[in-house]
Ligand binder design. Structure first.
Ligand SMILES: Cc1ncc(COP(=O)(O)O)c(C=O)c1O
Length: 444
């Protein structure tokens, strides 16, 4: 595989774009020495500017449940683009899309559209504070909710020696430029541990507006909740009169039609969506029961945005929801089955090659990590045992064979409705080659 055109573009890009792209995770931090510049995608495939073809399992970090340039999406966008891109007025397609969403989400009476997960999460936190009149929020180590200052604490992997005692985790700001005031009201707790949460709520519940969490830890590979954990979190929130805020930016409209809330039978007070919802367009949403959502009425808790509810993006969202819901939600079932199959077979390939790669998944979300543990159940085990350099090597060896696994070492990979059996078989064969090569390299 040659990359001459990507190399030339990278040289040009470095004169005008920071890191040659628009986010650190897309640039040389994760793709060495330069990223492949992608020109186009169709179905489960993408092509770079050198004409190299890849089976795409990164899928825009989860934004494409129906893959690239799905014919139904292309059709509706081509049809609608001539009617205008955005009006910043109330729209018919906005009502129709919201109706569809609410019909799929029994815990949601109303939604409000935003553009990105970050914006939705900012709003969710502000709503929780506005409604309760309490200042503090509680988040979890290793959970990422976008790059809003108040939530940008303890989201990255760290040396375990810097994390402090699990009863009182050291809060680690993830960026320069945050004022201490922006996160002084953000408490941090270890995840997947009911007693730890109960302890914090007993001590601070009276001053905590909401517990905000991912239902599946999806920014440290894929770490599922322990049996009963999410239900226990929900009841503790009720007991201590703290709002239960489930951030479904990754899991919403992906792990099930109703997301993690449906999968685990939850009734969150506040819930946020993004990624899959827009099928590649920047569409996010905040949702909840009426008595919660009324807080943003007339700007009591302010949520604005010139780009909220863009017309074309909503046509894509509505079409995606309709398509994925056909035949009793067959689209969701399909992507989960693909995720289950590739997870099982990657684990087998690792065992065959004598590599300590473990793949965990929840339906369509899966991620290989190199660890000597049989299972990763929490952030601290991830930090202490996962060899990120080995994942970087593995994912590069996969891309060299035309299989696009995420270059980001801590995010996950995903399946879409357009992956077929041949895509899975080819990817497994490539994984076998990559893992065998790694084992050979280790022997010399
Ligand atoms: C759980 C979660 N919440 C929020 C966000 C932020 O979403 P966005 O990147 O659209 O701002 C992310 C992004 O990865 C996420 O994983």
């Amino acid at each position: 595989m040659q990359h001459k055109q990507s190399e030339l573009l990278f040289e040009r890009a470095m004169d005008v774009l920071v890191e040659g792209c628009s986010s650190a995770s897309r640039g040389p931090m994760n793709y060495k020495p330069f990223p492949p510049y992608i020109r186009e995608g169709r179905g489960s495939r993408v092509w770079d500017v050198d004409g190299n073809e890849y089976i795409d399992w990164q899928l825009s970090f989860g934004c494409l449940p129906m893959g690239h340039a799905h014919p139904k999406i292309v059709e509706v966008i081509q049809q609608e683009v001539a009617g205008g891109t955005h009006f910043a007025t109330a729209l018919e397609v906005e009502v129709e899309t919201a109706e569809l969403m609410v019909s799929m989400l029994p815990h949601v009476d109303k939604v409000r559209f935003a553009n990105t997960g970050t914006e939705a999460c900012m709003t969710g936190v502000r709503m929780a504070r506005g409604i309760t009149g309490k200042r503090k929020i509680l988040k979890f180590e290793g959970h990422y909710h976008g790059w809003y200052d108040g939530l940008l604490v303890s989201s990255n992997p760290q040396y375990v020696t810097s994390l402090g005692h699990p009863n009182d985790p050291v809060r680690i700001p993830d960026s320069s430029g945050l004022t201490p005031g922006s996160w002084e009201d953000t408490l941090v707790c270890v995840w997947n541990d009911v007693e730890a949460l109960e302890r914090v709520l007993r001590a601070h519940g009276h001053e905590i507006a909401c517990v905000v969490m991912e239902g599946v830890m999806s920014n440290m590979g894929v770490i599922p909740p322990k049996p009963g954990y999410l239900k226990a979190v929900e009841s503790l929130c009720r007991e201590f009169e703290v709002l239960f805020y489930l951030d479904e930016t990754v899991t919403g409209f992906r792990v099930a039609p109703g997301g993690v809330a449906e999968l685990y039978g939850l009734k969150p007070d506040i819930v946020t969506y993004g990624k899959a919802l827009g099928q590649g367009f920047p569409i996010a949403a905040i949702g909840g029961p009426d008595h919660i959502m009324e807080s943003i009425e007339y700007g009591k808790v302010l949520h604005y945005g010139s780009h909220n509810a863009p017309r074309l993006g909503l046509f894509a969202t509505k079409t995606m929801l309709e398509e994925m819901s056909l035949d009793n939600y067959a689209g969701y079932k399909k992507i989960s089955e693909i995720g289950d199959q590739i997870t099982k077979r990657l684990n087998q390939a690792a065992a065959d090659a004598g590599q300590n790669m473990r793949v965990q998944n929840i339906g369509s979300m899966f991620h290989p990590v190199f660890t000597d543990l049989d299972e990763i159940t929490n952030y601290r085990d991830f930090c202490q045992t996962v060899n990120l350099a080995k994942y970087a090597d593995f994912s590069q060896k996969m891309r060299d064979q035309g299989i696009f696994f995420s270059g980001n070492k801590i995010l996950h990979n995903l399946s879409c409705t357009e992956h077929n059996q041949a895509d899975i078989d080819t990817s497994i064969e490539a994984a076998g080659n990559a893992l065998e090569q790694m084992s050979r390299d280790e022997r010399v």
